[in-house]
Design a protein around this ligand. Structure first.
Ligand SMILES: [Zn+2]
Length: 279
């Protein structure tokens, strides 16, 4: 697959290359083909008992993409998502019922589609991406996102725009793939996957009730690039708002992280048990 670097003709660029300042270049972008980022990267280690369904946990952001930065102590989203993902892995492995892999186990950058590609190459039964949000004002609580081409609310739409930016940060603009993604979304085959994703999201919400605070009812929808897989149930968990002192403290604390891990473990166990019965 061929990706491209898209250079917007920013002010800085035009200072460096004044020849591009006039028409027909004004407001245009340059597109340079390149190899897909990290296409040859080795797949991550899979842990857990042979033959069990695989859950892939995806710690959001990493490397030069810090994600949201908390105004309370400057904690970076990329570090919190990794810490929580590692605790979730420990909890899931303790259950003995699943295999687990993390898309990243270090502070490295992965493009959004590399994350889903890893999970699909490993034939994951379930994909869970972990993030923490940031907002102006007093927003608090966790949100559980499933894929939709129409966002559940304006804030969810803004969140998708922010989270989808991770690829643009890496100089890889995936907007050219939208047509493909859109056709996937309307495909009937996608419906089963979306129903399964929603099933898992509802279980997370149910198991989290009374244990962690939720924002806007907890279940939300948005066009998040990392959830766009036609054949793999995928959910994105926003742990809470780093812009909120209470949320920030909860997400940073061992107790808060263990609580999340326990909730995910319970939801995964029930989700997979239901799948087994339905089969
Ligand atoms: Zn994020």
């Amino acid at each position: 697959m061929v990706a491209r670097i898209v250079l917007s003709l920013s002010a800085l660029f035009l200072v460096a290359f004044p020849a591009f300042a006039g028409p027909p270049w004004r407001g245009k972008s340059l597109t340079i083909p390149l190899e897909a980022a990290g296409a040859s990267r080795a797949l991550p280690r899979v842990e857990g008992p042979e033959g069990r369904p695989l859950v892939v946990i995806d710690p959001g952001h990493g490397g030069h993409d810090p994600g949201a930065i908390s105004p309370f102590g400057g904690v970076r989203e990329k570090n919190l998502t990794l810490a929580v993902a590692q605790r979730v892995r420990t909890a899931l492995l303790a259950s003995g019922r699943v295999r687990v892999a993390l898309t990243r186990n270090d502070d490295i950058f992965l493009a959004l589609r590399e994350r889903t590609a890893i999970a699909r190459n490993l034939k994951a039964a379930l994909f869970l991406s972990i993030h923490a949000d940031s907002a102006d004002g007093t927003a608090t609580g966790a949100s559980i996102y499933t894929l939709s081409d129409i966002a559940s609310d304006q804030e969810a739409q803004a969140l998708a725009a922010r989270e989808n930016k991770a690829d643009i940060l890496n100089g890889v603009n995936l907007s050219g793939e939208e047509t493909e993604v859109t056709s996937i979304l309307v495909d009937l085959a996608q419906r089963e996957t979306m129903a399964a994703s929603l099933d898992f999201a509802r279980l997370l919400r149910r198991e989290g009730a009374g244990r962690i605070p939720f924002h806007a009812g907890g279940l939300r929808m948005a066009g998040l690039a990392v959830l766009k897989s036609p054949d793999m149930p995928a959910v994105l968990l926003e742990l809470g708002y780093l812009s909120n002192a209470t949320d920030s403290q909860r997400i940073r604390s061992s107790a808060g992280q263990n609580e999340i891990a326990a909730i995910v473990r319970r939801a995964v166990e029930i989700y997979l048990a239901r799948k087994a019965v339905a089969r």
